[in-house]
Ligand binder design. Structure first.
Ligand SMILES: *Cc1c(COP(=O)(O)O)cnc(C)c1O
Length: 234
């Protein structure tokens, strides 16, 4: 069964179609294959098909795969991150998408400094206002960025959001537009050391709309690897 190949091709075609529709440069969108719960062998299949960006939402799982898989993979930490686990990630991930507090940013800064590194991060924003979601409230974003901008070993590259689960992807367009607008607002404030250049938004159900609205990263799991089974052991 070669469904990963077929799925991946379909997702890439859809991204390409929508990137053109939006009049954007095809190079301006990066597909992150979200491999959480799927075995390293599935990651390897996608790798052999040319994918280099993979997303995981748990530190332990990311580290296990990091150890087993080729070192030119760019790992993206996309899940809620506990402060005590930050130290394991530094130097292994190319981007942490899920920073939503100054306390977490401070730990990333400290651990990065220990390793002589600067870690690239995105700030997760809860644009939909769903109570169950992680992420800073839009109204608190500016102050959070001002605080984080003073940390020398983290570099804010952009914003990330997880939109609600919806039947019709069009319902999430408003949230993607809101994230893009927030980026414009923030950039117009000229905070020292802060320039929002990347938006991480769109998942299997709504990545096409997210691409139309300016996503730099789309995070697609099910659409590439199929349904997740949370009970399998890796
Ligand atoms: C699991 C996950 C995804 C991918 O979800 P799919 O619907 O399977 O594409 C994207 N972003 C985050 C933050 C996730 O946790």
């Amino acid at each position: 069964m070669d469904s990963i190949r077929d799925n991946l091709q379909k997702v890439k075609d859809n991204i390409e179609k929508n990137v053109r529709k939006a009049g954007r440069d095809p190079e301006s969108v990066t597909l992150i294959a979200v491999s959480k719960t799927h075995p390293a062998s599935d990651v390897m299949k996608a790798y052999e098909l040319g994918v280099r960006d993979f997303g995981e939402n748990k530190v332990q799982e990311l580290m296990d795969k990091y150890d087993k898989l080729p070192k030119d993979i760019r790992w993206h930490m996309i899940g809620h991150l506990q402060k005590n686990k930050v130290k394991y990630l530094i130097g292994k991930v190319c981007l942490i998408h899920s920073v939503d507090s100054f306390e977490l940013a401070k730990v990333i800064d400290k651990e990065s400094a220990k390793n002589g590194l600067v870690t690239d991060i995105l700030i997760e924003v809860n644009v939909s206002g769903e109570e169950s979601k992680f992420g800073v409230a839009p109204g608190d974003l500016c102050n959070l960025l001002k605080e984080i901008s003073l940390l020398p070993n983290v570099r804010v590259k952009g914003l990330m959001t997880v939109a609600p689960y919806v039947e019709d992807a069009e319902q999430n367009r408003q949230h993607f537009v809101a994230l893009r607008q927030l980026a414009i607002d923030i950039n117009s404030q000229n905070i020292d050391n802060i320039y929002i250049e990347m938006l991480s938004m769109g998942m299997s159900g709504d990545y096409e709309v997210a691409v139309q609205e300016g996503a730099r990263f789309v995070r697609v799991g099910t659409g590439i690897f199929g349904a997740r089974n949370y009970n399998i052991s890796l």
